[in-house]
Design a protein around this ligand. Structure first.
Ligand SMILES: Nc1ncnc2c1ncn2[C@@H]1O[C@H](COP(=O)(O)OP(=O)(O)OP(=O)(O)O)[C@@H](O)[C@H]1O
Length: 297
């Protein structure tokens, strides 16, 4: 396991920020760590990186317990905090040279990360001259300069414009080819765009730890249809994968399916077989976004 969290809790005075959380992340996985504001994401990330200690429980990075072994575990972690701490008066290459020096890594690694994070054209500019998206790339370059096996990103796309968001997501995906990545966000679409697995927390509690495909397959598909003529129930029952149906009016129906594949083509085929025309058809799918809203009320 690259990351292991065992019954970890964190209490700030009377406030329980993280409540007995447990999960494991395998080598090479990209996992979205999702929760609304105040859910406890940053608190857990700070415990993984050794910035704060847990009130209870144990955290492991590449099999090493974080607390007594912070030096070792931090060698294996690249961390981009929520507020990317950059020395903005420095030039990009100068800053990365400074970070490389702290980590005692060889100079050739600086050019390597500049290339890897798409910073070649910006390397000779001062950091404050860069767009927010490029500043975020500098933060990521600094986080991976010592070539860690685990990368932890705290809300890496917050405050970026839509194009920058797409670019940073792409970069995270590329880095995920040879690193284990845990990144926090409060946007479900972000998780859908980047990862296979999601861990959802709310008010410090674990709500979901599942692959996205599992989450999606557990969802129902609802389709409302209006035909041009009345149709008998016995015929409607023949539609494949139908779990329930409601007849609102002679010609208006709502069908609920248990499968994820788009069932609209099947309804077209059915209508054709029955000699009917479709006047209206709407899907009312429960999105992952609405599932997240339900779980984090
Ligand atoms: N140093 C602290 N002292 C007291 N309470 C704290 C401290 N840091 C965080 N908290 C509280 O712990 C809870 C979890 O906060 P945390 O920052 O971990 O949430 P988050 O999921 O990262 O939220 P956000 O998305 O807003 O960054 C919140 O209620 C917060 O107010």
């Amino acid at each position: 396991m690259s990351i292991k969290v065992v019954e970890v809790s964190k209490k700030y005075k009377n406030q329980i920020a993280v409540n007995s959380l447990s999960f494991e992340i395998k080598k090479g996985e990209i996992v979205g760590f999702l929760g609304p504001n105040g859910a406890g994401k940053s608190t857990l990330i700070k415990m993984l990186t050794g910035y704060i200690t847990p009130t209870k429980g144990a955290l492991y990075i590449e099999e090493d317990l974080v607390q007594p072994n912070i030096k070792t575990t931090n060698k294996n972690i690249g961390y981009l905090p929520e507020h990317n701490p950059l020395y903005k008066e420095m030039y990009v290459k100068e800053y990365l040279t400074f970070i490389a020096h702290i980590h005692k890594v060889s100079k050739h690694r600086i050019n390597e990360v500049i290339e890897q994070t798409g910073l070649i054209t910006e390397a000779t500019k001062k950091i404050h001259q860069l767009s927010k998206g490029y500043q975020q790339r500098v933060g990521i370059a600094a986080a991976i300069i010592h070539n860690p096996s685990v990368l932890i990103l705290d809300e890496p796309t917050t405050g970026l414009d839509p194009n920058q968001i797409i670019e940073i997501r792409q970069l995270i995906k590329e880095l995920g080819r040879d690193k284990t990545i845990l990144f926090s966000t409060h946007i479900m679409q972000e998780v859908e765009a980047i990862c296979d697995r999601v861990i959802i927390i709310n008010k410090g509690d674990l709500k979901v730890d599942a692959n996205l495909s599992e989450l999606k397959s557990g969802q129902e598909q609802t389709i409302q249809v209006e035909f041009d003529y009345k149709i008998e129930e016995q015929f409607v029952k023949r539609i494949k994968d139908l779990i329930t149906y409601t007849n609102y009016h002679d010609t208006k129906w709502e069908f609920v399916f248990s499968v994820q594949d788009d069932k609209r083509p099947d309804i077209f085929d059915f209508a054709q077989e029955q000699g009917l025309k479709i006047l209206q058809m709407n899907t009312k799918n429960k999105t992952l976004e609405s599932l997240f809203a339900e779980l984090t009320k």
